[in-house]
Design a protein around this ligand. Sequence first.
Ligand code: SUG
Length: 429
Amino acid sequence: MKEINFDGLVGPSHNYAGLSFGNVASTTHAGSTSHPRTAALQGVEKMRFMMRMGLRQGILLPHERPDTDFLRQCGFTGSPAEIHAKAWQENPALFRAAFSASPMWTANAGTVSPAPDTSDGRCHVSVANLSSNLHRSLEAPQTLRQLRTLFAHPGHFKVHEALPGALKDEGAANFMRLCSHHAAPGLEILVHGAQGSGGFPARQSHAASEAIARRHGLDPARTFLVQQSDVAIQAGAFHNDVVAVANETVLLTHELAFERPDTLYDFIHEHLPEANIIIVPQSEVSLQDAIASYLFNAQLVTLPDGGMMLVVPAECRANKAVSTWLDRELAGNGPIRRIEVMDLRESMHNGGGPACLRLRVALSEAAEQALDSRFLPDEHGLDALARLITTWWPERIAPTDLGNPDLWKDCHAARLALLEHLDLKAALA
Ligand code: SUG
């Protein structure tokens, strides 16, 4: 049993439209010029690095943008070009939602319960409805299609449709799994919010977390629903994975991540005595520093030799408090034996760090064999993707470019070239 990380390939329409209220980076960078080619290549370099560390790596693909089906649902008619032009003219906000490259953050594609945790012994995946934000709520249909292609084998996988939108669900970004090792039954921890004092919204509902636990057939005794702290949400932690991360026996969390943290820690200690809970105190790393640096949006992974590696964004080394904490952690006797820094600036400026860009799936050897291998490039495959990105992805998108019909055509053509290259046109175009 091993874990595969499926990274979202950054789509050709990557831009900064300031669409995510409560996500400080998205608001701060609204109206900046984006660099889709650089963004996608930064993502490929992360994947290459993980592969070279001996980890299994997969990809998920950008969605069709502009989302013509969505715009058609909104009443625009005609050819795709006419639909896009009318939408841009009549309702630019709607068009911006339809043009977002947000499917790159595949931690929000769905919630994954690996086979050892479910009652029928299959790996269950629930596509997230992402109903808190218009641009993200468009993702579910194309995500479902893609995940049903990737996880097609009914003996190993069950891919559930998204929950109804009123049950707000943001996928694996609000989910953690602890276990003695990936193959062992895990503790599944689902994190929800509640509407609190301030203006920033809680994106995950308690009812959605309950529904996921139910449809995945989780053991109630090994499942815990915990509330994200309002103070973290109001500081800009719009997802739990901005303030906490777990891997096997380790939970790395900010002191202020949860509303009643002791209930969670007690549950973990009771069911997994070997668990190691690393609590980063507010006095060492403030919530503000955690959110600006994305320390907790690191990827915490087990290396083939058994040690753990933390893959952090470059912003962590630019932050004095965080950098000091990292050095101290590495010097200590803790489970994190290696810290690596990634340049993911383009995604980070929209609030997407290393962990946002990947959906982790723990799989047996047999289940791995049953995956659709078109989503599993080797290093030569990554080279080819990098070449394709360099050829087809726009170099930059300034806010005024969004209304340019040539850009819409270029984005469509770039994705089509990718699907053709991967032989996924029939399945996903
Ligand atoms: O949902 N940003 C994404 C970032 C998602 C991060 N994912 C995790 N934490 N797992 C969001 O807020 C910004 C798009 C824009 O403003 O153009 C955006 O959607």
